[in-house]
Design a protein around this ligand. Sequence first.
Ligand SMILES: [Fe+2]
Ligand SMILES: [Fe+2]
Length: 283
Amino acid sequence: MTRSRASKPASVAITPQRMDFAFENVPRHWFAGDPVVTHFLNALSLTFPDGERFFVDSVRAYRDRISDPVQQKEISGFIGQEAMHSLEHNSFNEMLSAQGYEKEARGGQSLARKLIAAGQARMSKRMQLHATAALEHITAILAYRLLSDPALVNRMDPSVRDLWIWHAIEETEHKGVAFDLLMEVAPDYRDRVRTQLAASLALASYTTQYTWAFLKRDGIHRRPLVLARGLWRLFGINGLVSRTLPMWLRYFRPGFHPWEVDDSHLIAQWRHVLQEEKLASAA
Ligand SMILES: [Fe+2]
Ligand SMILES: [Fe+2]
């Protein structure tokens, strides 16, 4: 649903939750047995622990400019949620090391850390907040892509599925926080466009590099049919990534706001699924 003056629906709360995922018996190709899609998502996960700490630092640097207690509460929720995402993806990445991808997992995380440190040294606080809002848009549209297509969720192995559902739910809950702060303190449109293009390019080149590194470790780089099938699943018609493109473009509209698409029904729907699964596993 498109709203004319967008803001977070009152029904959406931004509440951090500790999950303590165990990640037991995870198959190497946990997404539909497909190495390409699995490793694309693995490569994304390598960026999360440090990436989310960067988001928190960028938002913290400006929170003292906000006097509205509601917005302050949302910022606290955002910081708490991102801190939990860092922890859980850290354990996911350790699981990848234990699966035999130690070189890739450690190398990828160390490269992400270096790139982020270089970005923090080079960019002003303003531009860091712009980069955060830009990357938060990307996480929000990937979250929407996942939660709005149960077939995608069902292709994930149950050993890791809840991590991705939980992360996607929380990214949706707090998708407006960094953007709202940006609009208060540094709303320059040209900077917004420039930073989204640069951030998207950096993320695309990083994920390409590390998806390929994982694939090489498996020897899949020499299997053109497997590569072609995986690339089609990512970038073909109805692909995981290709279908996010129209939403990615929305960021370039001058009047854009993350909540102009109200996907809060997906939060309620998937929170319910997680709750049911928790009850089933406790029984
Ligand atoms: Fe996150
Ligand atoms: Fe986020």
